[in-house]
Write a protein that binds this ligand. Structure first.
Ligand SMILES: *[C@@H]1O[C@H](CO)[C@@H](O)[C@H](O)[C@H]1NC(C)=O
Length: 306
């Protein structure tokens, strides 16, 4: 008994010494399960962004750039090269390649999972936009038809990731996870700002052939996201009532933020309700026909018996 106790003590002391002398890069691999779950959840959104931006810019996706990061996951459904002018193609390719880096960074910290099945076909966006406007748009909205449509579709994507990272941040324990999430958040916020600024420069333009302004598209998409997420006001279009603008003094709204111009935060549940397009974290659909992966997302799928 005494022997085993002293053995335990010795092991403990040796472990502490080892922890102290090991390089920080090694120590940084010890991250709590709760941090791992949060970071793995983000992987779902990063895969979606990677495939959507790369497809729009190049007509091909992650498999053509860094196939090992897909880890054998199925090919996305329905991605196409968008008809973009050289400027927009260049911007979208930059965003897509940034997402490849995000995948690598996440997978260097957590094991992760293979790319989930993604549906980025025009029809998924068309159905979402029909819901947004409460009627069938004719012709169906197609993100790949032209640059403005692709920007409007892009409006729907990094912002969701951004609110997720803001929501995740206070729950993180380890320095490694905090460093990673801050780095991801910075670039997601930047991507959202680029997309919103490009749209804001055309905010009163009518989207052909619908005769609906860019302002109205963004307002309606934001309202739909709030409705699906059931989260109150966490999403604002490019033109808002003056009371919702910065300091309650302006209706131009190039960034979506709260009364103190701080980014809104969303929970994983709220995000799943949006990206599934079902308003229910237990019912997959939309961009994720089989649901998202990782412990958090799968815990809801299991409850549902899917
Ligand atoms: C992908 O989305 C389109 C449009 O909603 C739909 O018709 C198709 O069935 C979806 N594919 C899968 C595998 O869910």
């Amino acid at each position: 008994m005494a022997l085993s106790l002293s053995t335990t003590t010795t092991v403990a002391i040796v472990s502490v010494i080892l922890l102290l002398i090991l390089p920080t890069s090694y120590c940084s691999e010890f991250i709590p399960d709760s941090d791992r779950d949060v970071i793995e959840f983000a992987l779902n959104l990063e895969y979606l962004e990677t495939e959507f931006f790369l497809s729009g810019a190049l007509g091909r996706g992650l498999d053509s750039i860094a196939p090992s990061l897909a880890a054998g996951g199925p090919r996305p459904i329905g991605g196409r090269q968008a008809k973009l002018d050289p400027f927009l193609k260049d911007v979208m390719l930059q965003l897509g390649l940034q997402e490849v880096g995000h995948l690598r960074a996440i997978k260097s910290v957590v094991k992760g999972f293979p790319r989930p099945l993604l549906n980025i076909s025009a029809g998924v966006f068309a159905e979402a936009l029909n819901t947004v406007f409460g009627r069938r748009l004719v012709p169906p909205f197609n993100p790949y038809d032209n640059g403005l449509n692709f920007l409007i579709a892009s409006y729907a994507i990094p912002y969701v990731g951004l609110t997720g990272y803001v929501g995740a941040n206070p729950n993180l324990q380890s320095a490694t996870a905090k460093r990673l999430v801050a780095g991801l958040l910075g670039v997601e916020a930047g991507q959202d700002a680029v997309i919103r600024t490009l749209l804001y420069s055309r905010v009163q333009e009518k989207v052909y052939p619908y005769g609906i302004t860019v302002a109205e598209f963004t307002d309606r998409i934001s309202k739909l996201r709030d409705r699906l997420a059931r989260d109150g006001l966490k999403d604002e279009g490019l033109i808002v009532p003056q009371a919702d603008g910065a300091e309650g003094k302006i209706s131009g709204n190039v960034l979506s933020a709260d009364q103190n111009s701080l980014s809104y935060a969303r929970t994983p549940e709220e995000i799943l309700r949006i990206v599934y397009g079902t308003g229910d974290e237990r019912v997959p659909g939309g961009f994720y026909p089989r649901g998202a992966d990782g412990r958090i997302a799968k815990s809801y799928l299991r409850i549902h018996g899917a």
